[in-house]
Ligand binder design. Structure first.
Ligand SMILES: [Ca+2]
Ligand SMILES: [Ca+2]
Length: 183
């Protein structure tokens, strides 16, 4: 079972991913997500970086669809919550989170080649959150929480800690709750 706080955070993640706000996740949300990510990172539509980005995000859709959508090509909030409930309580949780973070880092290396190789700086993080409509002020505040050692960079280990806390923590003061901005 998900707790109220876990449900609240995951529901926010679902609504941010539901780009066209029709209450379900579909392929078109992922297409829009790819386009908005390209826009946020100034990736040209005819570039190799755009092609990679689009392939990765549509690959994510395909994987989610196979796991979740039960033939109707739509993912409901209930299905999304049930999947994460399963993941959070699975022995594969750590591996899932590490895989998710590494896939995000490899995407950033392609669409933001001048940024850090294995981390997020505030500029990159704000661009990433802008894709989901999160404001610069919210992104800056989130970064301050997530950069736990305060060195101005969110290293891979901090990203993994944040992602784990975002999914699983029941502590209302956990830094990782801030992963997608105010929640
Ligand atoms: Ca939608
Ligand atoms: Ca840091």
């Amino acid at each position: 079972m998900l707790t109220d706080l876990q449900t609240r955070k995951l529901t926010r993640a679902f609504h941010l991913a539901d780009m066209n706000h029709d209450g379900v996740l579909e392929k078109s949300d992922y297409e829009q997500y790819a386009a908005q990510m390209a826009h946020a990172f100034d990736v040209a539509a005819d570039s190799a970086a755009y092609q990679m980005l689009n392939q990765k995000i549509l690959g994510d859709w395909e994987m989610s669809r196979r796991m979740l959508s039960r033939d109707d090509d739509k993912i409901t909030l209930q299905e999304f919550l049930a999947l994460h409930d399963g993941v959070i309580h699975s022995p594969m949780f750590d591996a899932f989170v590490a895989g998710y973070v590494d896939s995000t880092l490899s995407m950033w290396r392609v669409i933001d080649p001048d940024g850090p190789a294995n981390a997020a700086n505030p500029f990159r993080f704000a661009r990433f959150l802008k894709t989901f409509g999160v404001s610069q002020a919210d992104a800056d505040e989130a970064f301050r929480h997530l950069d736990k050692n305060g060195n101005g960079i969110m290293e891979r280990a901090e990203m993994i800690a944040a992602q784990k806390e975002f999914f699983a923590s029941n502590d209302p003061n956990a830094a990782g709750n801030w992963l997608l901005g105010a929640y």
